[in-house]
Design a protein around this ligand. Structure first.
Ligand code: HEM
Length: 272
């Protein structure tokens, strides 16, 4: 969700300097991975085709290809993003990202700042059909100390076993954690959402319940809406006046840390 702070500008890749902190070092990003994959792709590109492809485009393309490689949809990525020359400051980084404890209203507000509506948000959240979360992000939910989104008791018990200390981790989707499918929505209906912010999408009635039920029954509808929302999110521009590098066009690649990076980091960039 790197787009959430200042648009899709790859600023999350910048290392700290004595004069500027790095977004990488701020807690919500502590578990992001895949930086070296992007660095390697960028080095190969710079060797063959200097100053042409931005890191932001590489991240957008890598995210797309990650999803496809894991069995999900593919889409055309509009290119031409420019890389930021500065990282966002740590406070905006923290404030700009949605929290795993957020309720539906808070999530909708975050996404609407990127011009993403309820349908986009529900579809994008389906990315939590792959990957893992650290215990600190789901412990309140599985130990029953977070707000009261319903949780399947046997799921809570199993997840407590993976969450006994700071190194605990669990897959979002226990059955098929490396498959980009619509299992996320079936899990929500079974009250097996790992994060409070996942489960809040289902159970309150209304539009979100309808969308979750539709995506759980119709994988193609999910794939279509997810692809559409990824293009929309990938087009979030940096705010006017942000200093950016000059670059132009294309390329490709993998590693699913980049999907989390692209999306989670995006949120930071859109601070009012
Ligand atoms: C709705 C708001 C969201 C919240 C609150 C949220 C929160 C989180 C948290 C807490 C984790 C676990 C991080 C860790 O412990 O390592 C995570 C992982 C992940 N998120 Fe999200 N997320 C959101 C939306 C999204 C979106 C929109 C996408 C992509 C379109 C996405 C893709 C991922 C992926 C792929 C992972 C797994 C990363 C890994 O296994 O390394 N998330 N998210």
């Amino acid at each position: 969700m790197t787009a959430f702070i200042n648009g899709c500008d790859a600023s999350v890749l910048l290392d700290a300097t004595p004069f500027s902190p790095s977004e990488k070092d701020v807690e919500p990003n502590a578990s992001l991975t895949g930086y070296t994959v992007i660095d390697d792709i960028k080095s190969a590109l710079e060797h063959d085709c200097p100053a042409t492809v931005s890191c932001a485009d590489v991240i957008a393309l890598a995210s797309r290809d990650t999803v496809a490689l894991l069995g999900g949809p593919t889409w055309s990525v509009p290119l031409g993003r420019k890389d930021s020359r500065f990282a966002a400051d740590p406070e905006s980084t923290k404030k700009g990202l949605p929290s795993p404890h957020d309720n539906l209203g808070e999530l909708l507000t975050m996404f609407s700042r990127l011009n993403l509506d309820a349908r986009d948000m529900t579809a994008l959240s389906g990315a939590h059909t792959i990957g893992m979360a650290n215990c600190m992000h789901y412990s309140d939910r599985v130990y029953g100390t977070d707000r009261d989104e319903e949780i399947n008791p046997s799921f809570a018990q199993t997840m407590q076993q993976t969450c006994q200390g700071p190194s605990g981790k669990a897959p979002f989707d226990v059955q098929t954690p490396m498959r980009f499918d619509n299992a996320y929505y079936r899990n929500l209906i079974a009250r097996r959402g790992l994060l409070t912010s996942d489960q809040t999408l289902y159970g309150g009635g209304g539009l979100h319940d309808n969308l979750v039920e539709m995506y759980s029954a119709d994988g193609e509808a999910f794939a279509r809406d997810f692809a559409k929302a990824m293009v929309k999110m990938g087009n979030v521009p940096p705010p006017m006046g942000m200093p950016v590098e000059k670059v132009v066009v294309t390329l490709w690649m993998i590693a699913y840390g980049t999907l989390a990076d692209m999306t989670h980091g995006y949120f930071r960039k859109i601070q009012p």
